[in-house]
Design a protein around this ligand. Structure first.
Ligand SMILES: Cc1ncc(COP(=O)(O)O)c(C=O)c1O
Length: 333
């Protein structure tokens, strides 16, 4: 029985057409800045978000580390939501590599809580307190079940950051999902952030690759830090070609993943209206047993807490797969 893998949108395998694009990519040594396909991808992504420059990185985590450190100096802090990927799932990289501390607010479904941000924000208060130099938001929010952060809230945060002289980092690993779900242009999301990271290897289905996007001077500096961290890749155009192909063919289809996610939510007894994009979070007292029973019947889902099950739709889950998984999960639920 073929497995239907709903553990993550990172499990996709490149399509034949993507592999062909990769095989045909023109390449050069990207550490020398000579890979034409990487340069084309960087220019295209920077333009999509209305920024001056972008830098290709192997992972979203590296793009976040480079992006946050571009805004926050060692010994300073970034404020973010308590279940943000940068706080929970980057293994302390921002502290370990960049000497940055974090304080967090807890937002319902990962949302921006502006009054709480205002309470936490510490400008230069003299020699006794850590200084806040950036605010970070995640859109869509992974651990909040793919929740979209409404553009009005991001604009309000931008206005506050401008008022107090702070800067904004946006973890846009799944910004494509937010764009397709809401119709908000990518450039509008780009405009609220000083620096953002975006991933090609989640919903867009590329095997590898992310970018950090922002002003040319910060991206030039990020390029040095990427090399320092061991992320300078050589004929990386083979990977960048997958990203260019994904931008051409795999953005608008994310709407299918969102439809499939709502179908699966309903099957599991969750409210489909609460599913913004491609991630479904289901609260179940028997989460590990539910995951095991689903696996026995050919559907892979994850337990992301003792009482929380997560399902993620993606490029390799067809409508037939989603319907089959929904039937299986409904029978277990
Ligand atoms: C919101 C978010 N940001 C960043 C990342 C990091 O991406 P990577 O796994 O490529 O390091 C992830 C990975 O799932 C994510 O969900």
């Amino acid at each position: 029985m073929p497995l239907i893998d709903l553990r993550s949108d990172t499990v996709t395998r490149p399509t034949e057409a993507m592999r062909t694009a990769m095989a045909r990519a023109e390449v050069g040594d990207d550490v020398y800045g000579e890979d034409p396909t990487v340069l084309a991808l960087q220019d295209r992504v920077a333009a999509l978000f209305g920024h001056e420059a972008a830098l290709f990185t192997p992972t979203g985590s590296m793009a976040n580390v480079l992006g946050v450190r571009a805004l926050v100096a060692p010994g300073q802090e970034v404020l973010c939501e308590s279940s943000a990927h940068i706080a929970r799932a980057e293994l302390g990289a921002h502290g370990a590599f960049s000497g940055i501390t974090m304080r967090t607010w807890t937002g319902d479904r990962g949302q921006v809580d502006l009054p709480m941000v205002q309470r936490l924000f510490a400008p230069d208060l003299g020699p006794f307190f850590v200084r806040t130099t950036a605010l970070s938001v995640e859109n869509t929010h992974n651990f909040a079940g793919g929740a979209v952060l409404p553009i009005v809230d991001l604009l309000a945060l931008r206005a506050y950051a401008d008022e107090v002289g702070s800067r904004i980092h946006l973890d846009g690993a799944r910004i494509w999902n937010a764009h397709v779900a809401t119709g908000v242009p990518l450039a509008s999301y780009g405009a609220v952030a000083d620096v953002l990271s975006v991933c090609l290897s989640k919903g867009l289905g590329a095997p590898v690759g992310s970018l950090v996007v922002g002003p040319a001077a910060l991206i030039e500096e990020a390029r040095i830090w990427r090399k320092r961290m061991g992320g300078g890749m050589r004929q990386a155009g083979i990977l960048a070609a997958a990203g260019l192909h994904a931008l051409d063919h795999h953005v608008e289809r994310l709407a299918d993943d969102h439809t499939h996610a709502r179908l699966l939510a309903e099957a599991c007894g969750a409210d489909p209206a609460a599913v913004d994009t491609n991630i479904v979070v289901v609260e179940r007292a028997d989460a590990p047993a539910f995951v095991a029973a689903a696996k026995d019947q050919g559907v892979l889902v994850s337990a992301v807490g003792p009482r929380t099950v997560r399902l993620v739709t993606h490029l390799d889950v067809s409508t037939a797969d989603a319907e089959q998984a929904a039937r299986t999960l409904a029978s277990i639920a």
